[in-house]
Design a protein around this ligand. Structure first.
Ligand SMILES: NC(=O)c1ccc[n+]([C@@H]2O[C@H](COP(=O)([O-])OP(=O)(O)OC[C@H]3O[C@@H](n4cnc5c(N)ncnc54)[C@H](O)[C@@H]3O)[C@@H](O)[C@H]2O)c1
Length: 331
């Protein structure tokens, strides 16, 4: 049994609390939020099944608490992760890990020195559909990957401390990193606009990797909520729509060159290949539950999380470079 103290019970914190609470091997020891009304909300749910604190410092000095889960705004992650590590606690922290690469590097070093685990909740890599797609790619069911196209949009919640790219595209970057074995892009570009916000609330990110390209659309100002990923391979193509009940469709479709190979010299013939669409049965699992369970196993077995600071750093380096290249004028 591992006692966890949760800091942050705003929009996302209640989901983290619930998934700690329902895990038979974790104990939701204390919930902390600086806002009294948020603590009252928590008390209405958990009554006497947990403890409540306004000050996170109380959690850090409590020897019963072995791990801290952090679900405060991104701008607050660095300070809390650092203090939790210095207090000797293993850390589960929401995505994005920190606000800068520099902060992430410092925390990675500190965790190593303290021999503690940092698990960043890149929740999508614990999603059963993403795990299924990973196995399809590993078994060469899709062939060579041509492109990965993702759209993640809704109306709001416009955050002040991060751009929509840091808030939403981080999910897609973590998916690509996982599916494509930590491949890193050699070309990064982004266009975005700061509607209603000092940071971008709409962003189109384009990336070139060795062998494939990717496009990620993130928006807080769309009339439609969408969570859709399209992956095209030379053998098969797929669509993962997280908002549908049948989330994964695998298309036996593609393009074959049937004669001639020399595209430059125009001596080739291409044919569109159309076939069945398969919607495989995939057992429902809660990605957040899986993420927390993986964190628990890492503490129990003393091993690194698959969602460790190195992974977060690969993603944040892309985000920082995209910020640097945002709306770069070429004429
Ligand atoms: N994994 C996911 O899919 C997912 C989804 C949504 C949000 N998130 C992440 O969760 C985190 C929280 O997002 P949110 O939308 O819930 O934010 P929020 O603003 O709704 O809630 C944050 C809460 O933390 C509390 N808080 C802030 N500083 C504190 C401190 N020092 N001590 C105690 N309490 C403190 C605030 O009072 C607030 O109640 C962000 O990092 C966000 O990116 C992840």
């Amino acid at each position: 049994m591992i006692n966890i103290g949760l800091i942050g019970y705003g929009y996302w914190g209640p989901n983290v609390a619930k998934n700690i609470h329902v895990n038979p091997n974790l104990i939701l020891h204390t919930i902390c939020d600086i806002k009294k009304e948020r603590l009252l909300k928590a008390k209405n749910v958990y009554i006497s099944q947990t403890n409540y604190e306004i000050s996170y410092k109380k959690l850090l000095i409590n020897p019963e608490i072995e791990a801290i889960a952090i679900a405060v705004e991104t701008s607050g992650h660095y300070k809390l992760v650092k203090e939790a590590l210095l207090a000797g606690k293993n850390v589960y922290v929401e995505k994005p890990f920190t606000s800068t690469v520099k902060e992430a590097e410092e925390l990675k070093k500190l965790a190593k020195e303290m021999n503690l685990i940092i698990h960043v909740d890149h929740i999508m890599i614990f999603h059963p559909i993403i795990k299924k797609i990973k196995s399809l790619i590993e078994n060469d069911a899709l062939g060579e990957i041509l492109y990965i196209d993702s759209i993640r949009t809704n109306l709001g919640q416009i955050k002040k401390d991060v751009s929509v790219m840091w808030d939403l595209a981080v999910h897609d970057l973590s998916i690509i990193d996982y599916l494509m074995d930590a491949k890193e892009p050699f070309y990064i570009n982004a266009v975005g606009e700061k509607f209603y916000n000092p940071k971008e609330s709409l962003c189109f990110l384009t990336l070139r990797y060795k062998g494939f390209i990717s496009h990620i659309q993130s928006s807080w100002i769309s009339p439609l909520k969408e969570r859709k990923l399209i992956i095209a391979g030379t053998k098969k193509m797929l669509v993962f729509d997280d908002l549908k009940s049948e989330k994964l469709s695998i298309y036996d479709k593609g393009v074959d060159i049937i004669s001639g190979k020399n595209i430059e010299c125009d001596d080739y013939v291409v044919k569109i290949r159309e076939g069945d669409v398969l919607a495989p049965y995939i057992k429902q699992e809660d990605a957040l539950y899986n993420s927390l369970e993986h964190f628990r196993e890492c503490i129990k077995d003393g091993k690194q999380s698959i969602s460790n600071p190195d992974k977060a750093l690969r993603i944040q380096r892309i985000l920082e470079l995209a910020d640097k290249n945002m709306n770069k004028q070429i004429v």
